[in-house]
Design a protein around this ligand. Structure first.
Ligand code: GLN
Length: 343
């Protein structure tokens, strides 16, 4: 009855329960749960309902071990985090060159909702700012709006291994008040950078932002990218292997809004944040991190989420360009060793 896969997942869940890494995450959670900097997004009333004390941290390894602490089942809207994954689907639909002819991959240093297009080519700067995300959503194939949305939801299911719903009140509020997004969409239409089904595309963009996820989903999505595009638990491929590097490179250079440079310098992980309070961060080949805490800093990034990722990066030497021996050896901590780095 129980195949090798079952035994393997049983073994890894036992390790996940006993691993000292679990204690490390508990300490991390305790360290930052009382931090009360930042403010919950309130540009629409539905987001302002989020409780500032909600806080969850989930880490999933590329082998599928799951570690979680805090509010990891609390649902919230994915918001801008969706942009990285929809970019991946657009690449699958049209290929690198064609997508790049519509959306550049240059960090802006501007706020995510800036109305800026590349002067020479009229392209939005990158797929992680709103203009670029709308142009990317425009590329998602499908005969009609329902089919396009279904394709997005099916994609997120491949990454997380479960069905996702849309928070309809958030969608309707985003749609009703998204004048700025509408303005940039029409500016791009004026330059012929998006198709004339722009109202349908705007709906799709507002819907993708309103997809409900939890911190565990964000960790699983990151772990899937860390694992070359295959969900480490379901073993389902979520994205063509060829495009994983495209998605995570743009996450590294543009994923944290206009704090991306500082994030790269301090944390050194491809990541994407959203105004719902989520962050998804990838340590290629090793693990995915999902954090959830609604209070945001002035740039729109979760305050506690940044702290958590900074500490994980520093303590385990997870910065992409780290060449020094870290204080702690992650493999040993995960495997249940004493956690002391003696190599
Ligand atoms: N729905 C938001 C917007 O389009 C997404 C913003 C975000 O998470 N930065 O403005």
């Amino acid at each position: 009855m129980s195949g090798f896969g079952d035994l393997q997942s049983l073994a890894s869940s036992i390790t996940a329960v006993t691993s000292p890494f679990r204690n490390y995450l508990n300490d991390l959670y305790e360290r930052y749960r009382s931090l009360d900097d930042g403010a919950v997004a309130d540009y629409i009333p539905e987001l302002a309902l989020a409780k500032p004390e909600w806080f969850g941290i989930c880490v999933i390894t590329a082998e599928g071990q799951v570690f979680e602490v805090g509010n990891c089942d609390q649902l919230f809207t994915i918001q801008s985090i969706s942009k990285a994954f929809v970019f991946g689907l657009a690449l699958e639909d049209y290929g690198r060159e064609s997508v790049n002819s519509k959306v550049n991959v240059e960090p802006t240093g501007e706020a995510f909702n800036a109305i800026v297009l590349d002067e020479a080519t009229n392209r939005p700067c990158n797929p992680m700012v709103n203009a670029g995300a709308i142009a990317t959503a425009d590329l998602i194939k499908g005969a009609n709006s329902t089919e396009r949305l279904k394709r997005l939801l099916a994609m997120f299911k491949r990454y997380t291994g479960r069905e996702h719903d849309i928070n309809v009140p958030v969608f309707l509020s985003e749609k009703a008040t998204g004048y700025r997004n509408r303005a940039m969409a029409y500016l791009m239409l004026n330059f012929g950078m998006v198709s004339d089904r722009i109202d349908e595309t705007l709906d799709l963009y507002f819907q993708q932002c309103s997809i409900l996820v939890n911190a565990k989903d964000l960790a699983m999505m990151a772990a899937t990218l860390a694992n070359g595009g295959v969900n480490p638990v379901t073993q389902e491929r979520a994205i063509d292997e060829r495009y994983v590097q495209d998605v995570i490179s743009v996450m590294l250079t543009c994923g944290m809004y206009d704090a991306s440079g500082e994030w790269c310098y301090r944390v050194g992980m491809p990541a994407k944040s959203g105004v719902g309070g989520g962050i998804t961060a990838v340590v290629p080949g090793q693990l995915g991190i999902g954090t959830f805490s609604p209070p945001l800093d002035a740039k729109g990034n979760s305050v506690r989420g940044i702290k958590v990722c900074e500490d994980l990066s520093r303590d385990f030497g997870l910065h992409l360009f780290n060449a020094a021996k870290p204080d702690r050896n992650l493999a040993e901590w995960l495997a249940g060793g004493d956690g002391l780095n003696d190599w």
